[in-house]
Design a protein around this ligand. Structure first.
Ligand code: AHG
Ligand code: MN
Ligand code: MN
Length: 334
């Protein structure tokens, strides 16, 4: 008889001891994320129906305004995380400032902060292409019992205690790490349960896929232009294949499974690139490294960058280790 797949709930209980500071709070945090992910998944899946059932800006049956999906996802994750006594603050790509959570006793006793991109790749929603959610978890650095401060959020990526993403794709998956490897769970929508479908995910050391928005080519640094030409040359295992979805989560997910590199270089239009260090790059970097891959800003390890502001952007090269090394080599020539 085929082996019964482990559910995420079972996996969390079994692995609780392996969590850093295993007080059970981090387990509860992951639990609330899996719940919010199901709710958002349900909404993402019926996105096309909004245009049929009523124009955006209309009100739904509860009399609430119908919202854009990224705002909806933002609110669902905030709600779910706020209702449990785990998180003392949340920063989201959808909010200018961070949110302080006092806890139900009003005494600021919760120890974790969460940073997130509630809906990644939102321009793909209208055209039925995969989108995602990215999250990143740190322990607060300011004393328990006081309101969270900006410095609790501005920690370098190597301080993360957990990070993950949800990809709302042909199937919906939750992929996360607590620093002991990367595991992927697939949602069975009929039962509403997540199953461990991708245990111990590993980034292939080499890859043959490059993912970059080549429309920006003429604005890229010369090292990146040269690297793209290198990918296209007729040599040994090259040319490589170009694949770009335009949702970081989906591009990353494919490259981690098949081997490849994702790049968002700086350009003359956007000197720091486009992706956000705290909501996108650090969590993806943590997952990449935990799976044996690499993430760089072209010179430095992404997770060693000292953040200076919440919505900071950095150039991002992430994927199979040997491919990211190669990019750094090309950039170092100039
Ligand atoms: P978001 O939808 O959260 O704003 O993120 C979009 C990001 C990322 O997911 C994607 O890879 C990139 O922006 C695409 O940017 P371009 O359209 O400039 O290529
Ligand atoms: Mn994004
Ligand atoms: Mn987003």
């Amino acid at each position: 008889m085929a082996k019964q797949l482990q559910t995420l709930g079972e996996f969390i209980i079994e692995n609780q001891q392996a969590f850093p500071y295993s007080s059970g709070e981090l387990s509860r945090l992951i639990n609330s994320i899996r719940l919010a992910a199901k709710v958002v998944n349900h909404e993402v899946n019926k996105a096309g129906l909004v245009d049929i059932t009523g124009p955006a800006g209309a009100t739904n049956v509860q009399g609430e305004d119908q919202q854009k999906l990224d705002v909806y996802a933002h609110e669902k994750f905030i709600q779910t995380l706020t209702n449990r006594e785990i998180v003392c603050g949340i920063a989201s790509e959808e909010n200018d400032d961070f949110i302080t959570i006092k806890g139900s006793h009003g005494d600021h006793q919760n120890k974790y902060v969460v940073l997130m991109d509630p809906l990644d790749g939102s321009s793909n929603i209208d055209v039925n292409v995969s989108v995602g959610t990215i999250f990143s978890v740190y322990r607060r650095v300011t004393p328990l019992g006081t309101p969270v401060q900006l410095e609790d959020f501005l920690q370098p990526g190597h301080q993360q205690v957990a990070a993950g993403y949800i990809v709302y794709g042909t199937s919906t998956m939750l992929v996360y790490t607590t620093g002991c490897g990367v595991n992927g769970f697939t949602l069975n929508p009929a039962l509403g349960s997540w199953y461990l479908s991708h245990p111990n995910m590993r980034y292939p050391e080499d890859g043959r896929i490059y993912s970059v928005n080549e429309g920006n080519y003429i604005h890229f640094p010369q090292g990146i232009k040269d690297y793209i030409k290198y990918c296209q040359e007729e040599e040994e295992d090259r040319p490589y294949t170009s694949r770009y979805i335009g949702s970081l989560v989906s591009d990353f997910h494919r490259n981690m499974i098949k081997g490849g590199i994702y790049m968002y270089p700086p350009s003359s239009k956007a000197p720091n690139g486009k992706l956000r260090l705290l909501y996108e790059c650090n969590p993806m970097a943590f997952i990449a490294e935990q799976a044996g891959g690499k993430a760089s800003d072209g010179k430095r390890r992404v997770m060693d960058i000292e953040p200076t502001e919440l919505h900071q952007r950095v150039p991002f090269y992430c994927g199979s280790k040997n491919m990211v090394d190669k990019v750094e080599e090309f950039l170092a020539r100039y």
